[in-house]
Structures are given as C-alpha cells and as structure tokens.
Design a protein around this ligand. Structure first.
Ligand SMILES: *[C@@H]1O[C@H](CO)[C@@H](O)[C@H](O)[C@H]1NC(C)=O
Ligand SMILES: *[C@@H]1O[C@H](CO)[C@@H](O)[C@H](O)[C@H]1NC(C)=O
Ligand SMILES: *[C@@H]1O[C@H](CO)[C@@H](O)[C@H](O)[C@H]1NC(C)=O
Ligand SMILES: *[C@@H]1O[C@H](CO)[C@@H](O)[C@H](O)[C@H]1NC(C)=O
Ligand SMILES: *[C@@H]1O[C@H](CO)[C@@H](O)[C@H](O)[C@H]1NC(C)=O
Ligand SMILES: *[C@@H]1O[C@H](CO)[C@@H](O)[C@H](O)[C@H]1NC(C)=O
Ligand SMILES: *[C@@H]1O[C@H](CO)[C@@H](O)[C@H](O)[C@H]1NC(C)=O
Length: 784
C-alpha cells in the first residue's frame, strides 16, 4: 500500500514537473517575444491588453490584432496600428525589432501595418523561413528591398505599400517560384522593370503604382495568371504593355504611354476595369472596348485618341462608368451609352462629338490634333497578335511608322477635304535642295539602288525637291489634287514637271526639331526602292524661319493607279467594275508581294510590316506594290535597321530571335493575303482564317475536285491542279499557328515560282481554247 502511495506521489510530481517545464518553455519564447514586441513598438493602443498572463494562442481576434497558433506553434501574427501612425521614437531600431521577430520561426503570415516602423528592412527577416505572406504597408521603411527576401522560397505575397523604399527593382523576384502578389505602391522605387518579371508565372497581382519607374515594360504576356496590373503614376512607356488576356483590372493611368491601344485588348474577356487615363495614347479608340463582356469601368480620358465613333455600336450592359473626356474623338456618342443614364456615368467633354451636351471642340480641332500626332488609322488594326507594335507619331523628332496610302482608304477619308494645306505662313522657308548633307545621302541611295540584286525600277533617282515643285505638282494644293488624309497627314495627287504622276504626303511636325534629326529617316526612305514597293521619289523640307526647325516634310511617292489587290479579287462584285485577276496574274501578284517582303527583310532590315491585301496596290501593268510598310523612323528602329543591313554574323541570339519572330509575323500576313487570293473572299477574324486554313488542308489531301471546290469560282477553270495545290500548300504553311513552323520568305518565293511555271507551261494550250481571262496587259506577267 505504502509502495503504491509512494509511486503515485512520484507520478504526480513528475506530471507537475512536466507541466511546469512545458509552460516555462512556452513562456520563454512566444509570450516573451510578443511582450518584447509590444515594448519595442512603444506600447501601441492595439496591444494595450497584452500582459504576461495573456494566453496569446486563444486571444479573441479583432480588427487590429490577430494571433493564430497551430498545434502549439504560432503561425500568424497581425498587428495593425492606427492610420497615420507617427514614427516610433528615436531609440527604435528595425534591426533589434526583426531580431526579436525571428524568434517566432513558424510564422507563415506576418502583418505589421501602420505601426510607425522606420529604418531599412534588415536581411535577417529571411530567418522567418516559413513566411508565405508579408504585409508591412504604411510604415516608414526606407532603403532597398533586401536581397535576402529571395531566400524566402515559400513567399507568395509581398506587400510593402506606402513606405519610402527606394532604388531599382531587383532582378531576383523571379527566383521566388510561388510569388502570387507583389504590391509596392506608393514608394520611391525607380528604374525599369527587369525582364525577369516575364518569368513570374504565378503572379496574379502586380501593383507598382505611384513610384518613379520608367521605360518599356518587359513582355508580360507570358504571365498567364496575371489578373491585376496597376502601374499608375509612373513614367512607363511609350509602348502599351504586352499582356495576357486574363486581366481583370488594368490601370495604366498617369504614365507615358504614347502608342496605340493594341487590338489584342479585344480579347481581354475578363477585363472589368480599364483605366488608361492621362497618357498620350494615340490612334483610333477600338470601339470593341464598349462591348467587352466584363467591362464595367472604362476611363480613357486625357489622351490623344482619335477616330470616328459610330452611334450604332453596341455596348455591354455591365458598363457603369465611361470617361472619354479630353481626347480627339469625332462622330457621335454610341446610343447605347446614353440609353440608361440612371445607372451609368458617361463623361465625354473636350472631344469633337457632334451630339451631346457636354462641352465639345469643333471637328477641325480634333482632326488637326490627330494629324499632328500622326495616328495609325483604323485600317492598321490587326487580327494578329504581335510582339511588337511600333509607336506612331511625329512628336518632336519621333516620326511615325507606317506610310499608308491605299487608295480605297484615302477615298474613304475624302470627306475631310475642306481642310487643306494652306500656303506656308511667311515665317517659313524651304530647305535649299543643295543643303550639305543631302549629296552624301543621294550618292548613297544611288549606290544602293545600283547594287541591289533586283531589276531596275524605271524610277527617277531619289532627289530633294523644292517647295515650288511641290506647289506646281499639286496646282498649289488644289482641292482637286487632294486625295485624303492618311495616317500621318494629308495626301495629294500631283504631276511633276517630267510628267510623272506622284502621290505627295504632307507630314506636319508637332514639335520643333532640326533637319539633322531627320537625316537618317530620309536616308532610309530613299533606300526603300523596289519594283514591288511603292517607292519614294524625293522629299522637301519646309522650315521655320526663326530657328530653321522643320515645320513640314513632303514625301513624294510614285503614283500607283490601279487600286488595291482586294478590289481585283474579293471586292470585284461589290464596289468596282467586275474586274478580276486571272490565276496566272494572281500568282504573279503573290510572287511580287513576297519579293517585296524579301526586300524589306533582307536588304532594308524592316520587319513587322503588318501588310494587308488592301495595302497592296496594282500599277498600270498590274504589278503588285506594297504601299504600307513599317518605315522605321524612330531612333530605336533605326538601330534595328542598321543591324538588319549589316552582315548577320555578330547579331546576338535574342536579337536574332526577335527578328525571326517579326519576320514570321510578316509571313503570316502574307499567308492571309494568299488565302484571299485563292478563295476570292475576305476573312476578317483570325478564327475564320484558322478555319479556312484547315479547309485548305483538307482539300490538299483530297482530290483535284475537292481543291477546285475551294478556289474562287471566277478562276476555277483556269488553274492547273498542280499549280493550285502548290499555292494552297504555301498558304497553309504560312498560316501555321506556331511561327517557327512557317516557311522562310525564300521558301515561299521558290514555291510560288514553281506554281507559276507549272501553270505557264500548261497555260498556252488552255488559253487558246478558252476565250481570254480578264487581262488588260501581257497575258503572262513577267516575274522579275
Ligand atoms: C525608448 O526610450 C523611452 C524613453 O525615451 C523609453 O521609455 C523606452 O523604453 C525606450 N525604448 C526602448 C526600446 O529602448
Ligand atoms: C492582464 O490582462 C487581462 C485582460 O486582458 C486582465 O484581466 C488581467 O488582470 C491582466 N493581468 C495583469 C497581471 O495585469
Ligand atoms: C512546430 O514548430 C517546430 C519547431 O519549429 C516544428 O518542428 C514543428 O514541425 C512545428 N509543428 C507544426 C505542426 O507546424
Ligand atoms: C495589408 O494589410 C492591411 C491591414 O490588414 C490591409 O488593409 C491591406 O489591404 C493589406 N494589403 C494588401 C495588398 O492586401
Ligand atoms: C534611383 O533612386 C536612387 C535612390 O533614391 C537614386 O540614387 C538614383 O539616382 C535614382 N536613379 C535614377 C535614374 O533616377
Ligand atoms: C478618369 O481618370 C481621370 C484621371 O485619372 C480622373 O480624374 C477621373 O475622375 C476618372 N473618371 C472617372 C469617371 O472615374
Ligand atoms: C453602323 O452604321 C454604319 C454607317 O452609319 C454602318 O456602316 C454599320 O454597318 C452600322 N453597324 C451596325 C452594327 O449596325
């Protein structure tokens, strides 16, 4: 009995001892640590009821303090002070504070908001190796974001908003494989966003608003999970970022974006908030924005967006706030926007709308402003996603991108005829054609055209024209010479003294810059001469008298009289007389376009030309000429050009890769033209084109009847099956989804020439039995 009693006493003592020991241990770490934190934070009101008998793991959570324990380990600590908390006293030390914090090594979630913390973030914070979420917003943290954070391999969320963090964004964020939320709003971080950001595959929220970032953004289209992108109040730009289509919120306001709103935006089917206000975006406002299925907030105010809005476009019911104010929009406000004003805020003052009661400018204001910034017209929008789209514009020495003069397009714009180029004010002088630099320029261009491995053009040599010549050619800018307004200015038809017909584009400079800033541009333009390009014949500068800066540039191009390729293929039943190209002529046109592209790529180093069938014009002999190509007039593009021209040996691989991609984009565009040429119909969307590609693919593997059935009925009986099949194969390959599987331009040309030869050999017999296909000139177009 006594034995038993003694044993139980021992047991009790042991139990007691164990209990005491355990609670001692707990006391020694988390509780003591928390009480020390309370002291270091200078006893904030939020922690007023903490004392040494507090059971922290079972504290009732409230809005300002939450502690979470999991099986005895403290895993979450949230302390949120009063908004606008003042700096902690001078004897506070961030280093001491963090040294204390890391005694809670199991913390996965740490929130320390509005506590007056000041100092730089010590690298030691990485000792909290389990950390997944860190929110230290609204303090006074300064200095750089410590590199040690990159050791927190479980980190998913990093929020350091409203501090005074400075320096550049480090490259190492990409080593945090799980990073989902990165928010650094309202700091004074600067520099540009490292390219490694395009590797943050898990990123869902990226908020960098109100810092001092600048420069181009890396390609963010690889961030397939990105839903929120907030970049307001920085200096990002000028290119609109490349983004994936899962975005829900996109805030780009108050930056330096100066490009167009890319067509890809129309695929952002989850987008709810779009704010691009207060940039200098140019180009047409894609009206598809109004009908994006999820959009509820659209703010494009304070840009230079142009274009005519039609009152019959449709809009999405969800759209609750629309702010279009301070742009250069014309036309009338969509009726659907005005229909339900109770639940919708619609602001549109300071545009040139004809309807509506909010204050508007006269239409001429918007048109002149649009000219001044050199918009890319609506026709340049593309159904194809692009890696690069070049900023347009003639803003202070940055001259625009695309020379476009599809006749159809110009005819459309003809309405605006009244606003003509006026005689130059008296304070203008005109560049003397003998100005120093030009002779070198001209000899260069002559050299180039002589050494080109292409047939001579029959064009006069490139030269500087005098202003009087321009005036004479256009009959003093007579309204009968006015062709329309294009992407970068007005366009006039004219005839030079030697009788040659020309098209003259007038580019008005917005900001003042000297002639020398244009030397390179003009130099390049003078070299872009080829049988299958609409080539420049010369130029003329008009200068301001007082400082010799450029006021206008006149670019003189050869005049191509026979309309667009489309008008000879798919439009022939509607608008124009029923003219149609025969099969051989279609092949010849295709070969011509391909050779034009080859020239742009191989000789001029000009890629991403976004060529469409309406950009291909036919001359009096039905020779195809590309009228719209990517004239790289910006400094940036000039670098590209010189790389393209120089020997390929020293290009680094990423450059080469970009060039390849851009080249492949041109191949795709060519495929789309070929498709229309074969089918005799136009296809608008990429999906349609894909479907057609599959259809062709089927026909290729079918029999000759299947192939006849897909070809334009107008030429069904003209084309030899082998020729048709080859054309269809080229077309399909050009339209392949994966760019690297598309053929090279040389490959394309070779195959097209094969198709042409097969057809030609056979054609002689065929032709004699059939009357004659519509063919105004030589039946067999020579393919140079
Ligand atoms: C800081 O100084 C104050 C007195 O000025 C003192 O009450 C407080 O305990 C000190 N805090 C620390 C962490 O030393
Ligand atoms: C500790 O705080 C609790 C309230 O949170 C209070 O009831 C208790 O009396 C305090 N203990 C001491 C020793 O101050
Ligand atoms: C609690 O913390 C200890 C030491 O940090 C660790 O070994 C243990 O796995 C943790 N327990 C849980 C449930 O996380
Ligand atoms: C950071 O924590 C504060 C306080 O809980 C909260 O208001 C804020 O939304 C958090 N930041 C983010 C980006 O979640
Ligand atoms: C970026 O910020 C750092 C720290 O404030 C500063 O030293 C540096 O000059 C800034 N750099 C630029 C380019 O503004
Ligand atoms: C649109 O953005 C501007 C500038 O960022 C802002 O001032 C304006 O309030 C916004 N409009 C609406 C309706 O929110
Ligand atoms: C809207 O009107 C224009 C001409 O005013 C017309 O060309 C276009 O087809 C119309 N669009 C719709 C969707 O009705």
């Amino acid at each position: 009995m006594a034995q038993v009693f003694r044993n139980s006493v021992v047991l009790v003592i042991v139990v007691l001892f164990v209990r005491i020991d355990l609670s001692q241990q707990f006391q020694s770490s988390p509780t003591r640590t928390l009480l020390r934190i309370q002291k270091l934070l200078n006893f904030p009101a939020a922690l007023s009821n903490w004392n040494d008998s507090t059971d922290f793991c079972n504290l009732e959570p409230d809005a300002s303090v939450t502690v979470v324990c999991y099986e005895g380990n403290m895993t979450q600590l949230h302390i949120i002070g009063k908004k606008g908390a003042l700096l902690l006293p001078r004897n506070f030390s961030m280093r001491v504070f963090v040294t204390t914090l890391v005694k809670l090594p199991d913390l996965k979630v740490l929130t320390l908001v509005s506590l007056g913390l000041w100092g730089s973030i010590p690298g030691k914070i990485a000792h909290l190796s389990s950390l997944e979420i860190l929110n230290m917003s609204s303090n006074f943290l300064y200095g750089a974001i410590p590199q040690e954070i990159s050791l927190l391999s479980g980190l998913r969320t990093l929020i350091l908003d409203d501090n005074m963090l400075a320096g550049q964004l480090p490259d190492w964020f990409s080593v945090l494989p799980l990073l989902t939320v990165l928010s650094l709003k309202h700091n004074i971080l600067n520099g540009s966003l490292p390219d490694s950001f395009s590797e943050l595959e898990n990123l869902r929220i990226l908020s960098l608003s109100y810092n001092r970032f600048y420069g181009e953004l890396p390609d963010l289209s690889t961030l397939t999970n990105l839903q929120v992108l907030e970049l307001e109040g920085n200096g990002f730009g000028p290119q609109f970022p490349q983004l994936g289509n899962k975005l829900v919120t996109l805030k780009l306001s108050r930056n330096k974006f100066r490009s167009c709103i890319p067509a890809e935006v129309s695929s952002f089917y989850q987008l709810q908030r779009l704010d691009v206000s207060l940039n200098s975006l140019v180009g047409p406002l894609p009206s598809v924005l109004f009908s994006l299925p999820s959009l509820s907030y659209l703010n494009i105010s304070g840009n230079k967006l142009t274009g005519m809005i039609l009152d019959n476009i449709s809009c999405n019911d969800e759209l609750k706030v629309v702010d279009l104010s301070s742009n250069h929009l014309t036309g009338s406000l969509p009726k659907c926007l005005l229909a339900d004003t109770r639940n919708r805020v619609v602001l549109y003052p300071r545009n040139c709308f004809v309807t509506g009661d909010q204050q508007q400018h006269p239409v001429s204001f918007c048109r002149n402003e649009a000219l001044a910034v050199g918009i890319i017209p609506e026709e340049k929008k593309t159904y194809q996603s692009r890696n690069t789209f070049l900023a347009p514009s003639i803003v202070g020495g940055v001259v625009g991108v695309v020379i476009l003069f599809g006749i159809v397009y110009l005819v459309v714009r003809r309405k605006n005829e009244k606003n003509m180029v006026k005689n130059p004010p008296t304070n203008l002088i005109v560049e003397n054609p003998s100005a120093g630099y030009t002779s070198k320029l001209l000899s260069d261009s002559r050299y180039i055209s002589q050494t080109m491995p292409f047939a001579p053009l029959g064009l006069s040599t490139y030269r500087v024209l005098s202003y009087e010549e321009i005036e004479d050619a256009t009959n003093n800018f007579d309204s009968s010479a006015f062709m329309g307004e294009g992407s970068q200015g007005q366009m006039y038809r004219g005839q030079l003294k030697d009788g040659s017909l020309v098209a003259i584009r007038c580019l008005k400079m917005k900001r003042r810059s000297s002639i020398h800033n244009f030397t390179h541009h003009i130099d390049l333009i003078s070299k872009l001469r080829h049988r299958h390009l609409v080539s420049a014949l010369g130029h003329c500068f008009e200068l301001y008298l007082e400082d010799s800066s450029v006021s206008r540039i006149f670019l003189v191009f050869e005049y191509v009289p026979n309309g667009t390729l489309r008008s000879w293929i798919s439009e022939r039943h509607t608008r124009h007389s029923r003219r149609s190209l025969a099969w051989t002529q279609r092949i010849a046109a295709a070969v011509g376009i391909a050779k034009g592209i080859q020239f742009l790529h191989m000789v001029a180093g000009v890629y991403s030309n976004n060529i469409k069938i309406t950009d291909v014009l036919l001359d009096q002999n039905l020779v195809a000429k590309i009228s719209s190509y990517n004239l790289p007039l910006m400094a940036e593009s000039m670098a590209k050009v010189s790389r393209g021209v120089s020997s390929g040996g020293s290009k680094d691989s990423s450059d080469q890769e970009r060039i390849n991609q851009e080249a492949q984009a041109d191949i795709y565009d060519f495929g789309a033209i070929l498709l229309e040429t074969i089918r005799g119909r136009s296809f608008k969307s990429k999906n349609e084109i894909n479907a057609q590609r599959e259809k062709l693919q089927e026909a290729i593997s079918g029999d000759s009847v299947a192939r006849k059935n897909v070809v334009d009925p107008a030429i069904q009986n003209e084309c030899l099956d082998q020729s048709l099949k080859t054309m269809m194969e080229v077309c399909v390959r050009c339209l392949l989804k994966d760019p690297i599987t598309r053929p090279s331009i040389e490959d394309v040309i070779w195959n097209l020439q094969f198709a042409s030869q097969v057809q030609d050999t056979w054609c002689g017999e065929y032709r004699s039995s059939d009357g004659s296909p519509v063919s105004p000139s030589q039946p067999k177009l020579s393919i140079c």
